[in-house]
Design a protein around this ligand. Sequence first.
Ligand code: C5P
Ligand code: MG
Length: 242
Amino acid sequence: MWRRATPLSPLISSFKSSFCIQQTEHRIFERFTTGLPLQEKDGISPKYGAPFITFVLGGPGCGKGTQCAKIVETFGFKHLSAGDLLRREIESDSDYGSMILNSIKEGRIVPSEVTVKLIQREMESSDNKKFLIDGFPRCEENRRAFENIIGAEPDLVLFFDCPEDEMVKRVLNRNEGRIDDNIDTVKKRLKVFQALSLPVINYYAKKGKLHTINAIGSVDEIFEQVHPLFAVCKRAGRRETT
Ligand code: C5P
Ligand code: MG
């Protein structure tokens, strides 16, 4: 019943990719022409200005983490996985540990303030100001809490669009020892994704910030779709430095 045969992209308000790229380039160019000097290493590097924030969204097993690793390697971003931060919090014996563990076991979303504070701590302690925030925002409450607490909006939003049967297959085969990678919890996570995360994805589509990536294919094939989005940032950064 939870199985989805077709990709989600038709459900998302459609924006032509080239339009999005043009818009993104324009915004980035505007931002980077008003800041202090750029230090260009791997592309954009707003070290002295506002952080550059990318949200990475998609259902469980859509390949967010794998693609984030490629983006980090190629473009030098700091990767913050909301799920990993929450799992680390459980291990650190924090007051919230058992609440977080129970939420993860049930595939529920942890109260936004807890997750945003963990993200905030990482952002504030990082020298790198280019952030890839993965698995966040998972719901409208997450999104609003981030805007209120961090006081910023994302510059880019990536959505890895993958059919449900493929996501289930990947999660059940990945063998990472995660407590929530079992069929019952995966079904719950997919329901949460449909009900709470898709509205956030639609929100960013309407704002013209969303870039939908077809998450079927090899890691390199998928990265071929991702690469140009960041290469645009790189060009915008270069233009300013010349
Ligand atoms: O993104 P990931 O699959 O690692 O998330 C695992 C779990 O962590 C989610 O199913 C949810 O219980 C919790 N989580 C959350 N809020 C987020 C991200 C993850 O509550 N923004
Ligand atoms: Mg992950």
